[in-house]
Design a protein around this ligand. Structure first.
Ligand SMILES: *Cc1c(COP(=O)(O)O)cnc(C)c1O
Length: 368
């Protein structure tokens, strides 16, 4: 028996979520976003599990894309930040990667390709997020440039939404409107259809107009809703990651006694404290506050005192049948990473993505 701290990656849940994302917009092609090691879930395993159901993958960098190729993943891969040098663009061409074009420097790199090299470019339009992309006028010029460039085999027009997770915020409609205007002007100028890509998980779940030729779901594939509130489209998502450990010590303390570094938590009554083998060195957030729910033997205990590197302490007073070796879930099916994230002033995305190497990952699949 080794230290019981691990994450389980449920491939059947992943496949269920991917089907759900696709069913929102059956005529769209799915670009599964697996950047940052598939949000901490393991890019290779996730890519293998999805390669027969999605149209392509998206990652942030050439390095991430090359890791997929090294493992034999043959699908096209979109580089979401494009290339950082002409050398990278050459490699991207030879590997069949699609590249985002978001600035003039990237457009200029095309001149260094040889006549037999071709690439699919995704022209990024800045519709209000003001992070990457060309504004309306620049996008029209950039499109003409790409359209007349012999190295460019196809062009997708794309944008990204900044507040799609807030369904009562009208800014998303404004962004959609700006994007559609730009798209119409470009199609008119080109005299041919130009395909579009707009939505991340929040946009494709909550904004039907954002569903386009290519959808780019990320977080929802991993079973986490991008919304604070309940949204019907995301109700049946199944968490892919379960973060678990076990109780390794149990004690009773008297009222007035304190727990953990800094003596920050004090018992108000006779209390039972379970010590669990997980800490910030395993990916549990150190800034989770006392009171954060922790599932111990299927029941909700409360984090008490500071998170250590390798351990946490949980108030399990009054819970049934808690023992050394009792199973603990930090997040997963019984407790959403999004709920834990709120107690730690962050978002579920960050919690799952920053899992450290030392936390063992185990792949499970209920369909097999
Ligand atoms: C990360 C990313 C996505 C996926 O976003 P989710 O919120 O995880 O669905 C989509 N598009 C772009 C450009 C991204 O950077």
């Amino acid at each position: 028996m080794s230290r019981p701290t691990q994450i389980l990656i449920d491939i059947s849940a992943l496949q269920h979520n991917c089907q759900l994302a696709h069913s929102l917009s059956p005529s769209s092609k799915t670009v599964a976003v697996i950047k940052a090691d598939a949000y901490g879930h393991g890019a290779i395993e996730i890519a293998r599990a999805l390669q027969n159901t999605v149209a392509m993958f998206a990652v942030s960098s050439l390095d991430e894309a090359m890791e997929l190729r090294a493992d034999g993943i043959r699908l096209p891969v979109l580089l979401l930040e494009g290339c950082f040098s002409a050398d990278e663009l050459q490699t991207a061409c030879s590997q069949g990667f699609h590249v985002v074009m978001h600035n003039q420097e990237q457009l200029a790199m095309l001149n260094q390709l040889t006549s037999n090299q071709h690439v699919v470019t995704w022209l990024k339009v800045d519709t209000g997020m003001h992070r990457l992309g060309f504004d309306y006028e620049q996008a029209i010029t950039a499109f003409d440039y790409l359209n007349s460039n012999v190295s460019v085999s196809d062009i997708v027009l794309m944008t990204h939404m900044s507040v799609a997770d807030e369904l009562d915020d009208g800014f998303t409609n404004k962004q959609l409107q700006r994007f559609n205007q730009c798209h119409q002007a470009i199609e008119k100028g080109a005299g041919k259809p130009v395909s579009r890509s707009i939505g991340n998980s929040a946009a494709i779940s909550g904004w039907p107009e954002a569903r386009a030729d290519w959808d780019r779901p990320g977080i929802m594939l991993y079973g986490l809703s991008p919304f604070e509130n309940k949204v019907p489209e995301c109700e049946t998502l199944q968490p892919v990651m379960t973060f678990q450990s076990q109780v390794i010590a149990l004690r009773k303390i008297n009222p007035g006694e304190t727990v953990g570094y800094g003596n920050t938590w004090q018992a108000q009554k006779p209390s039972t404290i379970a010590t669990v083998a997980v800490g910030y060195g395993d990916g549990y957030p150190r800034n989770a506050k006392s009171g954060t729910p922790v599932i111990v033997n299927g029941q909700r205990g409360k984090l008490c005192g500071r998170v250590s590197m390798d351990m946490i302490t949980v108030d399990v007073t009054g819970l049934d049948n808690i023992q050394v070796n009792s199973e603990v879930e930090l997040w997963g099916n019984q407790l959403s990473a999004n709920e834990v994230a709120r107690w730690a002033d962050t978002i579920g995305y960050e919690l799952v993505t920053r899992m450290p190497k030392r936390t063992r990952r185990k792949i499970t699949n209920h369909n097999n």
